[in-house]
Design a protein around this ligand. Structure first.
Ligand code: G3H
Ligand code: 13P
Ligand code: ZN
Length: 311
């Protein structure tokens, strides 16, 4: 099966009350862990690549690894640019075979965001590629876009119709209280999301796919595994799984997960070296790390996203 866009995936997810997992990829083991999990669960997939991942691993290497995963799994897979910050970056990914791009103009004024997003949509649609836009600002680090907690702002539902109509975007990322990274809430703080904003957005845009960034749950098992084996992570709090399930049952069709993959990988490697301090063959510690990613992704597909069996 060739690479697909997210159009059909989102339509089915919206109608079926589930969400597609958009997992960030940076190397072979991460791609293998995610795609093996999706194959076993027969789940559609979005593999997303940030500008940083592209710099780290190189566009061609990542594309070829994803092509290999397509051959191995025969699943519907969409390759998506995560947090594109310029027209040039989006164009380069579109020209290089991505089937979806995000243009993140959330740090710009409303008018500037529309202008930039529309420019990307025109180029992308001409090539059969879909586009995700963003309205509202999440706290945390978004690659080149660094947003402090004070600068974060919820999406204003009154703006979404105009944004979608004037830009022509295919999906919209909104800010309802999630944030990037492992420290989403302060210690002792009760995680909360603004489902009232999500509801208002959905009322304004019936049938339109909404995207949730910063949606890792920061699974305690992996933070504990890191700290039990020499790590020093302070208290880390993520988005509770029941909130993600609720979002997936509403208009959220794409849920972005990166930090949980990082924690699973790092926890597994730290544990391996604590147990085998003499090992130095990378396969010895990358094999269990890949398995940890696979186990984590299976859990997400089945228990959080609900997209198992939907490929
Ligand atoms: O939202 C950001 C993603 O977690 C990607 O992170 O820019 O460090 O690759 P990165
Ligand atoms: P997390 O940091 O919560 O995994 O979010 C990832 C993300 O939104 C990528 O765009
Ligand atoms: Zn993001």
């Amino acid at each position: 099966m060739p690479l697909v866009t997210s159009k059909e995936m989102f339509q089915k997810a919206y109608d079926g009350g589930y969400a597609i997992g958009a997992f960030n990829v940076n190397n072979m083991e991460i791609i293998q862990g995610i795609t093996e999990a999706a194959k076993e669960e027969n789940a559609p997939l979005i593999l997303q690549v940030s500008a940083g991942a592209r710099k780290y691993a190189n566009h061609t290497y990542l594309m070829k690894l994803i092509e290999a995963a397509l051959i191995e799994t025969d699943l519907p897979i969409c390759v998506h640019l995560d947090h594109g910050d310029s027209f040039e970056l989006c164009k380069s990914c579109i020209d290089g075979g991505f089937t979806s791009v995000m243009i993140d103009g959330s740090h710009l004024s409303f008018e500037e965001n529309i202008k930039l997003t529309k420019q990307v949509v025109e180029y992308a649609h001409d090539k059969g590629v879909v586009v995700e836009g963003e309205l509202g600002r999440l706290a945390g680090i978004e690659d080149a876009v660094n947003v402090s907690a004070e600068d974060a702002a919820y999406t204003n539902p009154a703006e979404v119709i105009e944004f979608v109509e004037r830009t022509g975007v295919d999906s919209l990322a909104i800010a309802i209280g999630t944030s990037h990274g492992a420290y989403k809430f302060k210690p002792g703080q009760k995680p909360q999301l603004r489902f009232d904003i999500l509801e208002k957005v959905s009322e304004k845009l019936p049938g339109f796919p909404i995207v949730l960034h910063g949606a890792s749950s920061v699974i305690p098992e992996f933070v504990e595994m890191i700290n039990a084996n020499g790590g020093q992570m302070p208290d880390a709090i993520g988005i509770p799984e029941d909130m993600l399930r609720k979002a997936a049952s509403m208009s959220v069709c794409k849920i972005n997960i990166d930090s949980d993959l990082r924690l699973a990988l790092t926890g597994s490697i730290r544990k391996h070296f604590a147990e085998h301090p003499d090992h130095f063959d990378p396969r010895q510690y990358l094999k269990p790390a890949r398995e940890a990613i696979k186990g984590l992704v299976k859990h997400k597909l089945v228990n959080v996203l609900g997209c198992n069996g939907k490929a």
